[in-house]
Design a protein around this ligand. Structure first.
Ligand code: ATP
Length: 445
């Protein structure tokens, strides 16, 4: 399957089945903003729940946080976002890198044929400089003056840094410890695209781990390993995951080390998560700009220091796209094309479809009762219309791992047929055991 076709097919499946719709579609859409439909919201929620479980619930050394989107404007001065994004920027149309127009490495005049990209070396591919601020601005209070300008956060991390002492003191954690947060971030991206890969409004799942200076490299390696394992646990094709280490050209000025986890999308290898050793840059800057001491006093060692930070930063939407792209397949079955989303049962939006084989002989009543029973425990879907094969196919496309059919034997024998999405194999399971059977396979029991 050609790769562009795969993306087109995914976008159309997502709309048809209610995963993702274009924002404000009836008005012609809004550029690079997307809405999640009934199935998409469940898929993304499963991604976030699994992340939260792995980062917060399953550990003793990470606390959760939900900071506000709007923050004091000084936060963005301290973080470098205001200074960093208001310069004239030029883009290389070839390698897509973005530079400040006054970058000393640029040879020639941006916008002119002689200009040369400092990364890929192409000539004439640099755009004219334009003033560009990546942050969305808005106004707080009724008067639109400068004093009241606030920003929609371009990352969730800053909410963690400014609350670091609050969390440390209230939770009685000790360093090393982490703070995890899931929330919306906004970037007025110059070059958005590829469906939900790069959007202007998105959700981040970020964790900042505070460590004693000198132990940072060790923690960085641990976090790299744990984060890769987490992506693999979602059932992604291992060969399509790789590390990308930031070279000196890519490394942010404050970062001591940075690795991206990349996935091989139909449009190439791209970042899905970044793991960064940020040193003491963030707390140092907030200490300087706020005038508040953010140092940690280590009683055991009787020393005072500014913790170093190891960050793991992933996009929930990007992970959702990764899952969809990885799961999509077409197969030829009995002369027909079967479209399957082979999603891991733990992230599949609907866990089980429930079908009466025919609409008579008490089957709908039994199937409805079973459906209500299952729906109390996990998302299930009832379908009694059309041939049973068609109903299975509809569930295959939605990524539903189990199809449960109530048939002529159900009433007498108290058994149903469970059909497996991937193998299409069927087996008989006792009516009273079906909920447990599915729950066990989706990781709930
Ligand atoms: P990219 O180079 O792809 O723009 P980035 O290096 O700017 O990403 P970070 O600032 O490290 O990304 O953000 C961490 C994570 O947040 C990314 O790995 C990605 O999953 C997600 N993310 C960042 N920008 C977007 C966006 N515009 N749309 C969707 N997800 C995003």
């Amino acid at each position: 399957m050609a790769d562009t076709t795969l993306m087109d097919k995914l976008v159309s499946l997502c709309k048809r089945r209610g995963f993702v719709f274009q924002s404000s579609e009836i008005y012609g859409g809004l550029g690079s903003v997307w809405d999640y439909g009934p199935l998409g919201v469940e898929l993304k929620k499963n991604v976030k729940d699994r992340w939260w479980y792995a980062m917060v619930r399953a550990r003793d050394d990470i606390e959760g946080l939900d900071a506000a989107i709007l923050m004091h404007p000084r936060v963005w001065e301290a973080s470098g976002h205001i200074a960093g994004f208001t310069d004239p920027l030029v883009d290389c149309r070839h390698c897509k890198n973005r530079f400040r127009a006054d970058d000393p490495r640029i040879k020639g005049t941006p916008g002119q044929p002689d200009a040369q990209c400092p990364v890929c070396g192409s000539r004439g591919t640099l755009t004219e400089p334009r003033m560009f601020n990546l942050m969305f601005k808005t106004f707080m209070g009724p008067v639109e003056d400068q004093a009241a300008v606030v920003y929609l956060r371009p990352e969730t991390a800053q909410g963690i840094y400014v609350n670091y002492l609050n969390v440390l003191q209230s939770s009685r954690q000790r360093i090393p410890f982490g703070i995890a947060q899931i929330g919306k971030a906004f970037r007025n991206e110059i070059t958005p695209g590829n469906f939900i890969f790069r959007t202007r409004e998105f959700e981040q799942m970020e964790m900042q781990f505070f460590v004693k200076p000198g132990t940072d490299a060790e923690w960085f390696e641990r976090w790299r390993e744990w984060r890769m394992q987490w992506h693999q646990s979602l059932g992604l094709t291992t060969a399509k995951l790789q590390w990308h280490q930031h070279g000196p050209d890519e490394l942010a000025h404050y970062a001591r080390a940075a690795f991206d986890i990349q996935y091989e999308f139909p449009f190439g290898w791209q970042e899905i998560e970044g793991i960064h050793n940020r040193g003491d840059f963030d707390l140092g800057r907030h200490q300087e700009f706020s005038g508040k001491k953010l140092e940690h006093f280590d009683q055991a060692a009787n020393e005072r220091y500014l913790p170093y930070i190891v960050e793991t930063s992933a996009g929930a939407d990007r992970v959702a796209l990764t899952l969809l792209a990885d799961a999509y397949r077409e197969e030829q079955v009995e002369g027909e094309t079967r479209v399957v989303l082979g999603l891991h049962p733990a992230v599949a939006p609907i866990k089980a479809g429930v079908f009466p084989l025919v609409k008579k002989d008490g089957m709908p009543e039994l199937a409805t009762a079973l459906y209500h029973d299952l729906k109390r425990r996990f998302p299930a879907f009832y379908d009694d219309s059309g041939a049973i094969g068609r109903r299975y196919r509809r569930m295959d496309e939605a990524g539903t791992p189990f199809g449960i059919t109530v048939d002529g034997e159900t009433a007498a024998q108290r058994t149903v047929t469970v059909r497996h999405r991937d193998s299409m194999q069927q087996e008989r399971v006792g009516v009273d055991h079906v909920a447990g059977f599915v729950a066990e396979r989706i990781g709930r029991d």
